[in-house]
Design a binder for this molecule. Structure first.
Ligand code: SAM
Length: 339
C-alpha cells in the first residue's frame, strides 16, 4: 500500500536523502508566523505578509497528540513570535499534559513580562530569548522598531518565574554588534543566564548578509578569549547544536556557540519542524514537507503520526547536502517554518 496521502508535496529536486538519519526526537513548532519585530536577517520588512491558513487551537492540540504518538520527545515552540498567539498559555498547558520530556520556547520577549509566570504555571520549563544588542538604538534598528527596555523587563520576569535556564540567542553581525560579545556575556552571567552567539545563516534575509557580515564561531571565541576557557566546547545531549564553553573564572557559567554556517551540523540532526500552516518539515532549509493541517483539523492523530514518517523520509543527508548553506534556503521563510 502506498504511504502517500493527498496533498503531499513532492520534493522539487532530488536531494541526497539520509540513509540512516536518526529518528525524529525533537520538534520545533511555529505556532504562528506573526511577529512584532522584523529583524534584518529574518524578514525584509514588517509588512511582508502572513499566511492565511492558520490552525485553530483545537487543531494544534490534535497535531501535538500526533507528534507524541509518533514518539517525539522534546518540543520547542517558536515562530514567528509564539507569545503573539492569543492562546499560547493554553497551548503550553496542553503540551505539558501530554508528557513530553522537554518543553521549551524561543521568544523575542516583547510579551514575556506579562506571560512568564502564567507560562511557568502552565508547565513551561525554560525559555530562549533572542537579544542581539544591549544598545537601545541598535536594538531598534536590528528589530525594526523593537524596544530593548521591554525585552529586558521580559527577561527579568522569566528569571523571577524561574524559567530555568534562560538562554540568550544573539546573532552576531560584523560591523553591527560584533563589538558587544564581551558586554553581553558579562551581562548574562551576572544574571546566571547562558549567552549563546549564532552565526548568521544564509536563510531568508540572512542570505543577503552573510558575505559582508558573517562572523564565524571561531572568531567569536577569539574575541571572548579573555573570558572563556580554552576548550573545544561540548553539546548538551538532545538539546540542539550549540556547543558550550565554560567561563575561565567560574565553571558554573557557560557560553554557547551555534555554527549554522561554518559547520551546518546537519548529519546529526534529529529535529522535525511543523510550520505555522501545519506542514511537517524534515529540514529548515528545504521546501519539502508533508501537509498535515487537514488531519489536525479532523482530529486524526493516527494519520499525523503516519505523515511524520513520510516527512522524515524526505530528510536530506546533511553530508553531501549542507542545510542552510544550500541555495534553496535563501527563498524560505524562517518565521513560517519556525526558527
Ligand atoms: N520570535 C522568536 C525569537 O525572536 O526568538 C522566535 C522565532 S526566531 C525566527 C528564532 C531564532 O532564529 C532567533 O533567535 C533568531 O535570531 C534566529 N534567526 C532568524 N533568522 C536567522 C538567520 N538568518 N541566521 C541566524 N539566526 C537566525
Amino acid at each position: 500500500m502506498s504511504l502517500l496521502v493527498p496533498n503531499v508535496r513532492v520534493p522539487r529536486r532530488s536531494l541526497p536523502v539520509a540513509p540512516t538519519a536518526p529518528d525524529p526526537r525533537s520538534v520545533r513548532v511555529s505556532v504562528t508566523d506573526r511577529c512584532d519585530f522584523a529583524c534584518t536577517y529574518c524578514r525584509p520588512s514588517r509588512h511582508d505578509g502572513y499566511a492565511d491558513a492558520r490552525l485553530t487551537t483545537a487543531a494544534w492540540k490534535t497535531m501535538f497528540e500526533g507528534l507524541r504518538r509518533a514518539g517525539l520527545r522534546r518540543v520547542r515552540l517558536t515562530g514567528g513570535e509564539p507569545l503573539l498567539h492569543p492562546e499560547i498559555v493554553d497551548i503550553v498547558a496542553y503540551l505539558a499534559s501530554l508528557g513530553f520530556e522537554d518543553l521549551s520556547l524561543t521568544t523575542n520577549a516583547s510579551q514575556l513580562a506579562a506571560l512568564a509566570r502564567p507560562l511557568k504555571d502552565a508547565g513551561l520549563e525554560r525559555v530562549n530569548v533572542s537579544i542581539d544588542t544591549l544598545d537601545e538604538g541598535r536594538f531598534r534598528a536590528i528589530t525594526r522598531g523593537g524596544e530593548l527596555a521591554i525585552v529586558q523587563r521580559g527577561i527579568d520576569a522569566a528569571l523571577r518565574a524561574n524559567l530555568s535556564p534562560v538562554k540568550l540567542n544573539t546573532v552576531v553581525l560584523r560591523g553591527v554588534n560584533d563589538d558587544e560579545l564581551e558586554r553581553i556575556t558579562r551581562w548574562a552571567w551576572e544574571r546566571r543566564m547562558v549567552p549563546r552567539f549564532l552565526e548568521v545563516m544564509p536563510i531568508a534575509e540572512g542570505a543577503k548578509l552573510v558575505a559582508e557580515h558573517l562572523v564565524t564561531a571561531a572568531e567569536m571565541k577569539a574575541k571572548l578569549a579573555p573570558l572563556i576557557a580554552t576548550e573545544e566546547g561540548a553539546i548538551e545531549a538532545g538539546k540542539g547544536p550549540a556547543k558550550y564553553v565554560h567561563a575561565r573564572h567560574d565553571a558554573s557559567l557557560r557560553v554557547g556557540f551555534i555554527t549554522g554556517t561554518s559547520d551546518t551540523f546537519c548529519s546529526s540532526c534529529d529535529r522535525l519542524r511543523v510550520s505555522s500552516t501545519g506542514v511537517l518539515r524534515p529540514c529548515l532549509a528545504t521546501d519539502d514537507g508533508v501537509p498535515a493541517a487537514d488531519a489536525a483539523r479532523s482530529g486524526d492523530t493516527e494519520s499525523i503520526a503516519a505523515r511524520i514518517a513520510e516527512a522524515w523520509a524526505l530528510k536530506p543527508d546533511g553530508e553531501v547536502w549542507k542545510g542552510c548553506t544550500e541555495e534553496t534556503a535563501a527563498s524560505l521563510s524562517m518565521r513560517a517554518i519556525g526558527g
